[in-house]
Design a protein around this ligand. Sequence first.
Ligand code: SF4
Length: 263
Amino acid sequence: MKIEVQSLSTSTVNSFLICPEQFWLDKIEKEPKCQQSANLVNGVAMHAAAESWFRSRQYKVPMTLETLVRVYRITWDQLESVRPVVYDGKSREEIEANAVMLLELLMKEDVGEVVGVEVPVKYRLSSDLDFIGRIDLVTRDSDDQLVLWDLKTTARRYSDDDFRKVCEQLVLYRGALAEPAHIKVMTLVKTKAPVIESHRLVPSYLNVNEAELVERFRMVKRSIEVGVHFKNRGWQCNGCGFIHVCNADRRNNEIELHFRRAA
Ligand code: SF4
């Protein structure tokens, strides 16, 4: 099978880096997933509700918390109707109660004037590769400064490593703009008493280098095209939709035999 990668998004690159085998089964072999984690489903449902909220701000249409919760529930139900959800300690009711508190807090956040929601981005990264993505939120602050936002639902407060990852993504989004922009992340932290935090990101402080990022994208493109895929076991296996295929892989036995013979 000849694979030609013409465009990549940060989420595609990151999913390849987290587990190349999972990426391969999902994007290349299009293997159906057997399950999905409640964490992931909650993140998608929160994102859908937040998107509705910011669109209502952009078009100045009033929206109630009840409507946002409905968007959250409908998104969850749609995802759950496709494949089973795996829970990790908390029930759906507990997760939803936390999500409702976060949505209530989100409605009180002052982000400035909303000028774009889920804005598509596409530009040439190198001679044979396009960068593609979607900016969660674009605003203008009181100084008429454009701000690009990424929204993250997270179980704990962000570390510098987490900030670096999201900064890399936003630096690449900013590459599509004709005018300067600040970059910010809004973290929706799902602690017992939930909090929302907004942070302005400074690429030089977080050691984010644009040339390095472009090179990473080019190397991932090449790796996919030559068929690199291996299992990277870790936290990402919890709720992985391909665990049934991954664990039943005949290559597991071949690897074991190889080590036995070598010994
Ligand atoms: S179970 Fe783990 S190693 Fe296997 S594909 Fe999924 S994430 Fe990768």
